[in-house]
Every structure is written in structure tokens, then in C-alpha cells.
Design a protein around this ligand. Structure first.
Ligand code: NAD
Ligand code: UD1
Length: 343
């Protein structure tokens, strides 16, 4: 049996795109997901893109028995760990649920890997670990001051992995801190479909464009930024996906632990995103400037130079491409993977 890359959370937004990038690089992804925030029909879409159907196993990273079964049944050469919960507001309301899923789940996964003799791990961290950074671009050496339980779960797992590596120096760990992942695969077959009202900007904008929502509330127009709206580092999900493959390759070459920002190094404002989406879709995006969203920072964007130096990776897709690909996905699948709405 050919070796597999176990992709926890592989049916989700970034995980599914990473399965495409893994397959393109000659790896065999093995999806492991409890489908709490994913649609199993993504697997058929992946089959269309990749050319063969990836194995998908329903399981929970908090279940040692679920994981042990996978490690027994398949030859796993490495793990990319996306499985987790990611809504900041929910994490404030349900901190224990978040610590259980994101922190306890990661500990159980690492224990299962240790028992199975698998020592290569790529972990989904987030720029949210920086909290409100003192400056942008933000280097990895910036202070970590996560401002909510979700961010603290990511930082705690980073620290756990650092301790794990200290105790087991032969481990190969990449901690990837993503900035703002957006866009979709260029086929328009897979993409992001948040349940309920989107919290994040790009899904909200695309739902306005497709007519699912009336208008976007711009959260704040009085920030100390060039146009007064918040500035972020939007990075195309396929660039991120390729970053995971590059991290895996790096880890296969040498043991150690690396912590890397994945971003473009460029900031874009909310109004920049609206304008770019209008160009991509040919639709006008109704919007209204409203109050700031509590907890938001004015601006943050990555210093991605360490990722480029370490992995030879850099994000290449532009904001216009991110919007064009988000739009292609949204337009073809206004209700996500629901069959009535697909194509
Ligand atoms: P997502 O919700 O689309 O994907 C997460 C996947 O994990 C889902 O398919 C979900 O069903 C699965 N899952 C959740 N808990 C699980 C469990 N206990 N066992 C098994 N599967 C479980 O989210 P995403 O945007 O693809 O994010 C992937 C990872 O990247 C997450 O860890 C997230 O915190 C991190 N991240 C995301 C962003 C972002 O903006 N999307 C930014 C930074 C970091
Ligand atoms: C949010 C999360 C962060 C996560 C990141 C990437 C919070 C506080 N932070 O950050 O933990 O890592 O997503 O997924 O939720 N905006 C609007 N109107 C909207 C939605 C957003 O104007 O309806 C603005 C925001 O004020 C911000 C920008 O758009 O300036 C981007 O927002 P969003 O996509 O939610 O990402 P972040 O705030 O960076």
C-alpha cells in the first residue's frame, strides 16, 4: 500500500484544498474528519479534481480509538492537522468546547502518532496568536498575545508541540500561522461555505454578490489606515495549500520544529476587497460603513520572509484572483455542496 498523508479536518475549507495540492505533488491524502463543519459531498468533488477518490474516514481527533484504527489500517508517512473549531465568538461562549476540541484533540493526535511511530506533523496555527501586534508586517518573533479562547487554543498547541519536540528531537514539526485564507480552487468545485451568517469578510461579500444577503456592514471606517477601514493580509487558499506541501517536504528533509507565517506580505483594506470583488463579479456590492467590531485590530499583515527562506514558498496569487475564484465557487454553488444548488 502506498504511504498516505493523514489530513485531519481534510473535508474542511483549507483541508480539502490541501488534499488537491498534496495529490498534485504526488502524495496520497487520507481524509479524517468528524464532519462537524464539513459536507461529506466534498469528497466527490475532490475525486473530479484529483482524478481518483481520496479515502475519507469519519472520526474524531479526540478519540484515540478512531485514530489508532487509522494508523493500524494505513501506512501513514505524515500528518497535516487542520481539525478544530475556528469561530472566535463561539470560543468566547464555549471555551471548554474549544479547549477540548483544539487542545485536547491535538494532544490525543500527538499521542496516537507517538504510539504509531509517525513523527512528521504540520499544524494549522493562526496569525490570531499575535493578538493586536505592535507593528506590521508581523514577523514570527513578534509577541504572542492571543485575545480570545480560540487564539489561546492555537498558542497552547504551539507550546505543546514545542515541548514535544524538545522531548523527541527526531520529530519533524511545522507550525504554520495563516493570515486570512480566502478564495477557492480555480475549478469552482470546492470552496468555503460557512454555516449561517458568515463572520468573515470574503464569504459575506460573496453572499452579497450572489444575492443571499442584502448588504455588507463595513466594521469601522475610522481606523488609522489609508481609507479608514481595516487592513488584512488575504492569502489564496491554494497558495496556503501549496505552503503545506512545501512544509511537509521541508520536514521530510530535516528533523526539527519550524514556526512560519503564511501570508502574502501585502495588506488590503475592506474597501480594496469590495472593489476587487466588484471587478471579479461584475456586481456592485452594497455596503454601509458601521461601527467597529469589538476585538478587531486596525491592520495586520505578515512578514512571510522566513517561510520563503525556509520552504522556498511564496504566495503568488493576487487579490483579484482570490476574488475571481471565490466568485466562481459562490456563483456555481450558492448553497455550498447542496445538490439542488450545484451547477
Ligand atoms: P473548517 O471548519 O472548514 O475545517 C476544519 C475541519 O475540521 C472541518 O471539516 C471539521 O468538520 C473538522 N473537525 C473539527 N473538529 C474535529 C474533530 N474533533 N475531529 C475531526 N474533525 C474535526 O476550517 P478551515 O478554515 O479549513 O480551518 C482549518 C484549520 O485552520 C483550523 O484548525 C483553523 O483553526 C485553522 N485556521 C483557519 C483560518 C481561517 O481563516 N479559515 C485561519 C487560521 C487558522
Ligand atoms: C478573523 C478572526 C481571526 C481569524 C481570521 C481569519 C475575529 C476577531 N478574528 O479575523 O481569529 O484568524 O478571521 O479567519 O473574528 N469585516 C467587515 N464586515 C464583515 C466582516 C468583516 O467589515 O461583515 C472586516 C473586519 O472588520 C476586518 C476585515 O473585514 O477589518 C477582515 O475580517 P475577517 O474576515 O473577519 O478576519 P479578521 O478580522 O482578520
Amino acid at each position: 500500500m502506498s504511504p498516505h498523508i493523514l489530513v485531519t479536518g481534510g473535508a474542511g475549507f483549507i483541508g480539502s484544498h490541501t488534499c488537491v495540492a498534496l495529490a498534485a505533488a504526488g502524495y496520497t491524502p487520507l481524509i479524517f474528519d468528524n464532519f462537524c463543519n464539513a459536507d461529506p459531498r466534498v469528497v466527490e468533488r475532490l475525486e473530479t479534481i484529483i482524478g481518483n477518490k481520496p479515502v475519507a474516514i469519519q472520526g474524531d481527533v479526540r478519540s484515540r480509538a478512531d485514530l489508532d484504527r487509522v494508523f493500524e489500517q494505513y501506512r501513514v508517512q505524515g500528518v497535516i492537522h487542520f481539525a478544530g473549531l475556528k469561530a472566535v465568538g463561539d470560543s468566547v461562549a464555549d471555551p471548554l468546547g474549544y479547549y477540548d476540541n483544539n487542545v485536547a484533540g491535538s494532544v490525543v493526535l500527538a499521542q496516537a502518532m507517538l504510539a504509531a511511530g509517525v513523527d512528521t506533523l504540520v499544524f494549522s496555527s493562526s496569525a490570531t496568536v499575535y493578538g493586536d501586534p505592535d507593528q506590521s508586517p508581523v514577523p514570527e518573533s513578534a509577541a504572542c498575545r492571543p485575545a480570545n479562547p480560540y487564539g489561546r487554543t492555537k498558542r497552547m498547541v504551539e507550546e505543546i508541540l514545542s515541548d514535544l519536540h524538545h522531548a523527541n528531537p527526531s520529530w519533524r514539526i511545522s507550525v504554520l500561522r495563516y493570515f486570512n485564507p480566502v478564495g477557492a480552487h480555480e475549478s469552482g468545485l470546492i470552496g468555503e461555505h460557512p454555516r449561517g451568517k458568515p463572520n468573515n469578510l470574503m464569504p459575506f461579500v460573496s453572499q452579497v454578490a450572489v444575492g443571499l444577503r442584502d448588504k455588507l456592514a463595513v466594521h469601522g471606517g475610522d481606523y488609522p489606515t489609508p481609507d479608514g477601514t481595516g487592513v488584512r493580509d488575504y492569502v489564496h487558499v491554494m497558495d496556503l495549500a501549496e505552503g503545506h506541501v512545501a512544509a511537509l517536504r521541508h520536514s521530510e528533509r530535516q528533523p526539527g520544529i519550524v514556526t512560519l507565517n503564511l501570508g502574502t506580505g501585502q495588506g488590503a483594506s475592506v474597501l480594496d476587497v469590495i472593489k476587487s470583488f466588484e471587478r471579479a463579479s461584475g456586481k456592485s456590492i452594497a455596503h454601509e460603513i458601521g461601527p467597529r467590531r469589538p476585538g478587531d485590530v486596525a491592520a495586520n499583515w505578515a512578514d512571510p520572509t522566513l517561510a520563503t527562506a525556509t520552504l522556498g514558498w511564496r504566495a503568488t496569487r493576487t487579490l483579484d484572483q482570490m476574488c475571481a475564484d471565490s466568485w466562481r465557487w459562490q456563483q456555481a454553488n450558492p448553497n455550498g455542496y447542496e445538490p439542488s444548488a450545484a451547477r
